[in-house]
Ligand binder design. Structure first.
Ligand SMILES: [Zn+2]
Length: 420
């Protein structure tokens, strides 16, 4: 039987080429994400017959695909296998067949570099080192110093104020976590320790790549578009991919925590906004545009087969509770059909596909507390890392960095204490 999606693909090629399948034409450049590479599908071989069709379909529909239409023609679920198109713009490349596990037999779990809590040694008894041996990667979002001009996460409001720079604020929180989680026995590694980018690439050297990317995506490569794309390729794509390489190949953490601060949209220039909220992200909610990218589709399936979702969600649930208690912030709502998808009862947790939570191949929790252009948050950033408590609007508060770090630390303690 010819699989439906391949047949559909052949039919469209047949129609486009007027029935003449030109064999001599070279295949098109694969459709991959910015600075992505065409995946080696055989990496998935070790997951053959490790997941039932029901579980695969559940994870794909419940969390990973924004909705069912998004993977139509790219992934076809049959009773005993999934057919996954290898190259979305070239049917000739064929499809990857993923065989499902039959409910009756129980093969061994495929190996992943990260360990779930059941694979870890028990926490030492009667010891304060509740995170003993847990490998935690901390990713301070963005970059700092002079590099902030490449990243739009910095602004100043008012005269004589300190510029708010997300990439420098996240590193302050990361440093506190390195100390506090380390004291609890965790093995902590940061993806960066200073303001400089980890990647060796620079926007000036990415012109040709950016142009080729836009052409591949069928967008007119105007000079403004090329410039914007080189900026993103440098500050996001190349930077996160470099961080992912170190994590996945060298450190191989059990969990990764991506630290960010949020901001509310403003008009033509930075200004204060009334909203201030908190949310946490796990990986999911892929759109058709994203699933059509061969490397993105591969990474999504790779995450599904590792069953990262369960660990990620359970971890996010404990972290959302302690972050909400610590920050006293209300939840953010993406609304229906947006770039975020609700996957559980917690109003604080959303699934969203970002490069870091897709490329770090372990459970990843992404933090988005505080709107930096909220008046009180701005005042707390100006106040810096003071000791003890200070009053803001009649309430005594810790410095914003310690409050953030404490929310994370108590969530991890709660999670590992209950599960190891
Ligand atoms: Zn951010």
């Amino acid at each position: 039987m010819i699989p439906l999606l391949i047949l559909k693909g052949f039919l469209s090629v047949f129609l486009i080429t007027g029935g003449c399948l030109a064999a001599e034409e070279p295949p098109p450049e694969p459709n991959v994400a910015r600075l992505g590479t065409f995946p080696d599908w055989s990496v998935l071989d070790k997951f053959q017959r490790t997941m039932t069709g029901a579980e695969f379909a559940y994870l794909l529909n419940h969390c990973y695909a924004r909705d069912r239409d998004e993977y139509e023609g790219l992934i076809e679920i049959q009773s005993d296998r999934a057919l996954i198109v290898k190259q979305s713009n070239h049917v000739g490349a064929g499809y990857y067949t993923l065989w499902f596990k039959e409910a009756a037999h129980l093969p061994g779990e495929p190996e992943t570099y990260w360990r779930d809590t059941y694979e870890m040694d028990d926490a030492p008894e009667a010891s304060p080192r509740l995170l003993e041996g847990v490998k935690v990667a901390i990713d301070p979002g963005h970059i700092g110093g002079d590099w902030v001009r490449w990243d739009d996460r910095h602004f100043a409001i008012g005269m004589h104020t300190i510029e708010v720079r997300e990439g420098e604020m996240t590193i302050r929180v990361a440093r506190l976590l390195e100390r506090d989680l380390g004291a609890l026995g965790a093995i902590v590694q940061l993806t960066r320790y200073d303001n400089n980018p980890v990647t060796d690439l620079r926007p000036e050297g990415l012109y040709d790549e950016a142009r080729a990317y836009l052409m591949r995506k069928r967008m007119i490569p105007s000079s403004k578009r090329i410039k914007d794309t080189t900026k993103k390729m440098f500050a996001i794509s190349s930077e996160i991919r470099s961080r992912a390489e170190t994590l996945n190949e060298a450190f191989q953490p059990d969990i990764a925590l991506c630290l960010h601060f949020n901001a509310s949209p403003w008009g033509s220039r930075p200004s204060f906004r009334a909203s201030n909220h908190l949310h946490l992200l796990i990986n999911g909610c892929y759109s058709k545009w994203e699933i059509s990218e061969d490397d993105t589709r591969f990474e999504m399936v790779h995450r599904i087969l590792q069953r990262i979702y369960y660990e990620e969600l359970a971890l996010a649930k404990d972290l959302a509770k302690t972050m909400a208690e610590e920050t006293r912030l209300p939840p953010f709502d993406y609304g229906k059909g947006g770039s975020g998808k609700s996957v559980c009862e917690s109003p604080y947790i959303w699934a969203r596909n970002l490069l870091a939570n897709r490329a770090f191949m372990c459970p990843v929790v992404f933090f988005e507390p505080y709107c930096m252009n909220h008046r009180e948050v701005h005042a707390r950033v100006q106040a810096g890392e003071y000791r003890g408590l200070r009053e803001f609007d009649g309430v005594y508060k810790k410095n914003i960095y310690q409050e953030y770090a404490d929310g994370v630390t108590s969530g991890l303690v709660r999670y590992f204490k209950n599960r190891r």
